[in-house]
Write a protein that binds this ligand. Structure first.
Ligand SMILES: Cc1ncc(COP(=O)(O)O)c(C=O)c1O
Length: 351
């Protein structure tokens, strides 16, 4: 048998492995996780808990779904919980996009959308965001597609899409509309409490960012109970393990940590943006815990120079629409000072 990429499924043949930097104790400002460290309620749960490891977890994570229902004044039946919001993305495409169907994906947005569409045998209808990184509603609804997906706040640009544009897509797009709210805790608007209002809305959320639990891989989707039931039938049973589910329930009940984390980001975000501007960057407005900025020097030289100095940020400079841009997580006051100092040194070396 000839072993080359032609034996792979056609829609996955062009895939490359995901971002997996070699680590050497660097300060990580490249993954937009919570810089305050582990979620304290989840840590307490893990240090005090005992589990019957011979038992399966609850098939559909009913405990977490009930806790989420209370948090948002919705029903447990509005939620599907899984192994990171990436699993929920996969479930959404598996449930609502057929083989050969198209899905609308804004450009620029989360890099893994193309992967999940291809993984599920579909093709991407790429639709550029407008000049100010907002939705081009007319262009999106013109596409002959089964699904449309958008992250709001958007990754990597950082901004939320206008609420009225999201509502317009929901009203005019003839298919399922997924609003990926991985960073919504940091922003003002959210669609999650409105899932019963729309027959075609799926909202995705994660415990990986503001909740500071990326290591445990917990995410969820919210939708009206009819859509949620369909997605539940597609989801792999038991995919969220018992220990992560318990830690997530504990974390939902401790909203004080989320408030503190969000307050820190809201305070530090303008400080970091001003510091970047002073160094010659052009930062874009952000509603999340990260900032996209056009670099005053070559993007790749900046990112590798910072890595040598012990700081990881993310390079978006080779991509269309984010030419010469980098993305950095908003750190604590001390981390931001260090980042800006090291950036200044790297920029001086580049000139
Ligand atoms: C927009 C967006 N959606 C989804 C995810 C995936 O999150 P999770 O860790 O829950 O799989 C990320 C992670 O970076 C993200 O930026």
């Amino acid at each position: 048998m000839k072993i080359d990429r032609s034996i792979m499924r056609e829609t996955t043949r062009g895939f490359q492995k995901y971002y997996n930097p070699k680590l050497n104790g660097e300060l990580r400002l490249d993954t937009n996780t919570n810089v305050l460290g582990s979620n304290p309620a989840a840590e307490r749960y893990l240090s005090e808990g005992r589990w019957d490891l011979d038992s399966y977890p609850n098939t559909y994570s009913d405990g977490l779904r009930a806790a989420l229902g209370e948090l948002y004044d919705l029903q447990p039946d509005n939620f599907i919980a899984g192994n990171g919001s990436d699993e929920l993305l996969d479930i959404t495409f598996k449930t609502f996009m057929g083989w050969g169907d198209r899905s609308v994906v804004p450009v620029p947005s989360y890099t893994l959308y193309d992967y999940f569409v291809g993984l599920n045998g579909g093709s991407v209808a790429a639709v550029d965001l407008t000049e100010d990184f907002q939705l081009d509603v007319d262009a999106m609804v013109r596409e002959d597609a089964k699904m449309a997906i958008m992250p709001s706040p958007n990754n990597p640009t950082g901004n939320c899409f206008r609420q009225k544009d999201i509502e317009e897509v929901l009203a005019r797009f003839d298919g399922i509309v997924v609003v990926d709210e991985a960073y919504a805790e940091y922003a003002d608007g959210s669609m999650i409490r409105r899932v019963e209002e729309f027959d075609n809305l799926v909202v995705l959320r994660t415990f990986s960012k503001a909740y500071a639990m990326a290591a445990l891989r917990v995410g969820y989707a919210a939708a009206n109970s009819k859509l949620a039931d369909m997605m539940m039938c597609v989801k792999i049973p038991y995919s969220l393990n018992m220990i992560s589910e318990g830690a997530a329930i504990a974390a939902v009940k401790d909203q004080e940590f989320i408030r503190r984390s969000v307050a820190m980001v809201r305070e530090q975000r303008p400080v970091l943006a001003a510091g970047l501007r002073r160094l010659g960057f052009e930062p874009y407005p952000s509603d999340s815990n990260f900032i996209l900025a056009r670099s005053p020097v070559d993007h790749a030289a900046l990112v590798s120079g910072l890595k040598e100095r012990g700081i990881l940020i993310r390079d978006f400079g080779a991509k269309r629409r984010t030419e010469n841009c980098i993305r950095t997580t908003v750190g604590t006051a001390e981390q931001n000072r260090l980042l800006l100092d090291e950036m200044e040194a790297v920029i001086a070396e580049c000139r």
